[in-house]
Design a protein around this ligand. Structure first.
Ligand code: NAI
Ligand code: 15L
Length: 272
């Protein structure tokens, strides 16, 4: 009996490929796609087999259009990745996400996996449990740009049928660094698996999914609305718990403890 091999993404564009997550996803997703186009405004290690490296500023509409041509799917990690002034966020994140979706439309890209952030919903209370269709409550200009990106994804699905996953990533680092991250941490391995699920789910539509590992006290985010992805995180923060619990906690009534966005809820305003 012959079996038909599962279809594979022929060329995946990864933006932000020189960054922390881009570097990890470049390595971890390689076995799951035929080839990758790796892009960033910053330099990165030279292309290996089945890779291309293309430097591009996301704020450059024509540059992004050329970047996207010939790609079947996009993992959009590029842009400002922490809280900054509106003016700093505007080009990479607001114009940038529009350029990505518009190029996706022009070149027939089928799927986009958009690195949103927990900061799109950072002003929800840590006492609550959010579903994937909860209200957007950004905690700053960075979070606003991620909320805008999620709405851009929604619009391009409703209007043009481009499927997207918006990953509300918690804290994706080599290991959790503080008490909050005991809840919000997402291992690199789990992130790569989440992206793989988004690339290959039979139906994606416009999916919002929270990105956290299988952490003991992770009661903030309920992913049942994204169950069709089949994402099962493998890692958790237990190996790091003892060391972190030996460190000082934020007071329970402090804003960074009361709201999911942590310290981001008190950043800004910025000078003229
Ligand atoms: P990072 O800052 O290490 O990587 C972002 C990359 O985007 C950098 O390499 C930077 O050079 C590139 N970039 C910035 N402006 C650009 C522009 N104008 N044109 C082209 N490229 C530009 O951040 P990290 O941690 O790798 O995050 C990747 C994505 O995931 C970001 O979109 C971030 O907002 C999102 N995310 C990350 C989380 C985390 O815990 N690491 C949590 C939530 C979201
Ligand atoms: C994010 O969105 C940032 O990209 C990352 O640097 C962390 O600050 C993370 O959120 C977090 O909330 O821990």
């Amino acid at each position: 009996m012959t079996t038909t091999p599962a279809p594979r993404v022929q060329r995946l564009l990864i933006t932000g490929a020189a960054g922390a997550l881009g570097t990890q996803m470049r390595a971890l997703l390689k076995p799951h796609v035929d080839s990758m186009r790796l892009s960033d405004i910053a330099g990165m290690p030279a292309a290996q087999n089945h890779e291309e490296v293309v430097l591009c500023d996301l704020a450059d509409k024509r540059g992004v259009d050329a970047l996207v041509a010939g790609c079947e799917a996009i993992l959009h990690l590029g842009g400002v990745s922490v809280e900054k002034s509106f003016e700093e966020v505007l080009g990479p994140n607001i114009s940038g996400v529009f350029h990505i979706y518009e190029a996706a439309r022009r070149h027939g890209v089928k799927r986009v996996v958009f690195a949103s952030s927990n900061h799109a919903i950072g002003f929800h209370a840590t006492a609550d449990t959010l579903q994937t269709d909860c209200a957007l409550r950004p905690d700053g200009y960075y979070g606003l740009s991620k909320a805008y990106g999620e709405l851009m994804a929604r619009f391009y699905f409703d209007r043009y049928g481009i499927e997207s996953a918006c990953l509300r990533i918690g804290s994706s680092f080599p290991e959790p660094k503080d008490h909050r991250m005991l809840i919000t941490w997402l291992s690199y391995r789990d992130l790569a698996e989440l992206v793989r699920c988004c690339l290959y789910a039979p139906r994606l539509g416009h999916t919002v999914v929270f990105g956290a590992s299988d952490n003991r006290d992770q009661t903030w985010w309920d992913n049942s609305g994204a169950a069709h992805l089949g994402f099962q995180p493998q890692d958790n923060t237990e190996p790091f718990r003892a060391a972190i619990e030996a460190t000082e906690r934020w007071p329970a009534d402090a804003p960074q403890s009361r709201f999911m966005g942590g310290l981001y809820v008190q950043m800004g305003p910025y000078p003229l």
